[in-house]
Design a protein around this ligand. Structure first.
Ligand code: MN
Length: 202
């Protein structure tokens, strides 16, 4: 068994003009694929060969000699999650229960947008902006490099990739424009709501 590169949930040009086919072609076809290829080389012939991606992430996060394993495994997971956080015709205000929960946690949709955008834009260097569930509370966090809420007792609900490779072809250095467009035009709120209902409030 090896770690698979999951198919994209849409065609490479589905998110045009907000996220180009060229970006997805490189981001999914080169970057994401390279993380998959790398982790498969690392686990080949080891006792992790038959472990799930999540198991490899948690095990390598706790082992200082396995940084390369963690970086590649976590990036595989983060990217697969990221693709599912977007859809054609997405973005804007969510509705229903999710909208009420965002209002309760952040004050309003506008305040949620402001905080999420700040987390994404102020992450120095490479990383990710996230909406997570932690101890029954919705929170906005950011992680550097490959780090993921999975190892921090948080349930990921939504993420935006803020590595330069995620936005440079379409937005160059304008990370705030990418984050704003992600929120206005790309977020798949159905996917966020599904992640939240799977997470279950305890
Ligand atoms: Mn990326």
């Amino acid at each position: 068994m090896s770690i698979a590169l999951p198919p994209l949930p849409y065609a490479e040009d589905a998110l045009e003009p907000h996220y180009s086919a060229k970006t997805i072609s490189f981001h999914y076809g080169k970057h994401h694929k390279a993380y998959v290829d790398n982790i498969n080389k690392l686990i080949a012939g080891t006792d992790c060969e038959n472990k799930t991606l999540e198991e490899i992430i948690l095990k390598s996060a706790a082992d200082a000699t396995k940084t390369g394993w963690f970086n590649n495994a976590a990036q595989v997971w983060n990217h697969t999650f990221f693709w599912n956080c977007m859809k054609k015709g997405g973005g804007g205000r969510p509705c229903g229960d999710l909208a009420a929960k965002l209002d309760a946690a952040f004050g309003s949709y506008e305040k949620f947008v402001e905080q999420f955008k700040t987390a994404a834009v102020t992450r120095f260097g490479s990383g990710w902006g996230w909406l997570v569930l932690e101890n029954n509370a919705l929170k906005i966090v950011s992680t550097p490099n490959a780090e993921t809420p999975l190892t921090k007792g948080q349930v990921p609900l939504l993420t935006v990739d803020v590595w330069e490779h995620a936005h440079y072809l379409d937005y160059q250095n304008r990370r705030p424009d990418f984050a704003q467009t992600f929120l206005d035009k790309l977020v798949n709120w159905d996917s966020v709501a599904a992640n939240l209902s799977k997470a279950k409030w305890k």
